[in-house]
Design a protein around this ligand. Structure first.
Ligand SMILES: [Zn+2]
Length: 210
């Protein structure tokens, strides 16, 4: 797939898009919006991603399920008591996957969002939650207090805070990330992954942390 090159309207820098379904491209130089195709009707407002303890960065590479990927963007959710980095990764064929990370725990989600129609009352910590053929257990519900993003983002709707984030899992493998906004509930299904198995390269070393 041919890369697409965009000229930032703010600073003139060239930015390259590599995903087949780019929703947002944030300028690597000035953090302005270079390209957007957001379907929620809310225009993203650029905000620099705050520093956190993550050792992943743009251009980190890894492996999942026999495929190599490269991190091209990130959506960071600041939750009330936690944070979640959704690292947007591109595969060789231009398709994407999300690597969710917080405090060195990792999960990989294969897009896309699916509707969950059973109602918010089913989503709480310790609840038994059934999605498709999976029986999951609610881990926690947190309100998202801010959203920031960088790089190139695949299909994603939530660029404004105020929604609720719910994680539910089954034992140590299957996991789901739910978002609840204005009564609508969607989730992505994925797998918890041991970070060693992702074979991440080009990560931030301990002594580079600022
Ligand atoms: Zn720019």
């Amino acid at each position: 797939m041919a890369d697409k090159i965009f000229n930032c309207p703010g600073c003139g820098a060239f930015n390259t898009a590599v995903l087949e379904n780019t929703t947002l491209l944030v300028c690597k130089n000035c953090c302005g919006i270079v390209f957007e195709n957001v379907d929620s009707g809310i225009k993203p407002v650029p905000a620099r991603v705050p520093a956190d303890w993550s050792f992943v960065q743009l251009n980190t590479t890894g492996e999942y399920d026999g495929n190599t990927f490269t991190v091209v963007g990130r959506v960071r959710l600041q939750l009330r008591n936690d944070y979640k980095n959704f690292w947007c990764c591109v595969l060789k064929n231009g398709k994407s996957l999300w690597m969710m990370e917080s405090f060195a725990s990792f999960a990989v989600f294969i897009p896309d969002w699916i509707a969950y129609n059973k109602g918010i009352s089913h989503l709480h910590a310790d609840a038994s939650i059934r999605v498709r053929n999976l029986n999951l257990r609610g881990e926690y519900v947190e309100k998202c207090e801010s959203v920031s993003y960088e790089g190139e983002i695949a299909h994603w709707k939530l660029f404004s805070p105020g929604f609720f984030f719910v994680q539910a899992s089954r034992s140590e493998d299957d996991t789901a990330a739910f978002v609840v906004e204005k009564g609508e509930i969607e989730c992505m299904l994925g797998k918890k992954v041991d970070v060693q198995k992702l074979n991440l390269k080009n990560i931030i070393a301990w002594n580079e942390w600022k």
